[in-house]
Design a protein around this ligand. Structure first.
Ligand code: ADP
Ligand code: MG
Length: 272
């Protein structure tokens, strides 16, 4: 199973939109996909039509009450399952603050799970707290969504530092594998400059021993598309809401890139 956390501690960069529509695209391509929502705002859950009642099983009970994770996993479409979040999850950070091993609770829950999937995708909150740490200890890869504007790189060093520490202390498998450019406006000079800064950085780091030394950007860039912003309020992925829009085409292409990379064994051969 390929396991990926979608992380950027900045809000509004396209994490949830990417987590949801990438998951939906992979599921449509025949992959078994499990999306875990670790953001108390529950946007990914709502985006896929899961609005929980007060005591419905969610990732909150999984992290704080030891609920078996399969009890908080719902089928939302062919090949697509979601473990939803609830606003209660906002309290988890504090509730877990005194607990030994609080960064690896999710990983332990998954190790007890019997079901198998092709892809695990984790949507993270806009912070680097205990919820995001649980994602980082569970997955093998991080995807970093970036909106190519002038503050895009602000705060990135903190994120990289966190990935590095987790890789060193808690999860030696962890790498930053992909950058996804989201909400791209075609051809603005600033966007071009931000993207070339990122490319230069990745190129420069390719000889380092860091967890991002093999990172690269998706060729597919997600264009700004109003349909992508409308779909969540209908509780539908972009493919059910507006299958012929640019947003659907972009996320389908993104998923195809992932599948091609997987097939050609790019990841394993690069790792060798
Ligand atoms: P995050 O999860 O990082 O906070 P979201 O995915 O929720 O970011 O995106 C922030 C806002 O921008 C949401 O209202 C979302 O619908 C909108 N949005 C995301 N991607 C696009 C896009 N490519 N085009 C237009 N709107 C987008
Ligand atoms: Mg979000």
């Amino acid at each position: 199973m390929r396991s990926i956390a979608i992380i950027n501690q900045k809000g509004g960069v396209g994490k949830t939109t990417t987590a949801v529509n990438m998951s939906a695209a992979l599921a449509r391509a025949g992959q078994r996909v499990w999306l875990i929502d670790l953001d108390p705002q529950a946007h990914a859950s709502l985006h896929l039509g899961l609005a929980l009642e007060e005591n419905d099983p969610s990732t909150y009970q999984v992290l704080t009450e030891n609920l078996p994770i399969e009890r908080a996993r719902y089928a939302v479409d062919d090949n697509l399952w979601v473990s939803p979040a609830h606003i209660d999850l906002a309290a988890a950070e504090m509730e877990l603050s005194g607990e030994v091993g609080r960064e690896i609770i999710l990983r332990e829950c998954l190790s007890r799970d019997q079901e198998s999937f092709d892809y695990l995708i984790v949507d993270c909150p806009p912070s680097l707290g205990v919820l995001t740490l649980n994602a980082l200890t569970t997955v093998n890869e991080v995807f970093l969504p970036l909106q190519p504007h002038f503050l895009a790189l602000h705060g990135l060093s903190k994120l990289l530092q966190t990935i590095q520490l987790v890789a060193k202390r808690l999860n030696s498998q962890l790498v930053l594998s992909k950058v996804v450019y989201c909400m791209c406006d075609n051809g603005t000079r600033l966007a071009g400059e931000v993207i070339s800064d990122v490319e230069e950085f990745l190129e420069h780091e390719s000889n380092s021993k860091s967890p991002w030394s093999r990172a690269s950007s998706f060729e597919t860039r997600i264009r700004r598309n109003i349909r992508l912003a409308e779909a969540p309020s209908f509780g539908k992925s972009i493919f059910d809401y507006s299958p012929n829009c640019n947003g659907a085409a972009d996320y389908e292409n993104l998923a195809n890139e992932m599948l091609r990379a997987h097939l050609s064994g790019q990841i394993t051969s690069k790792a060798a």
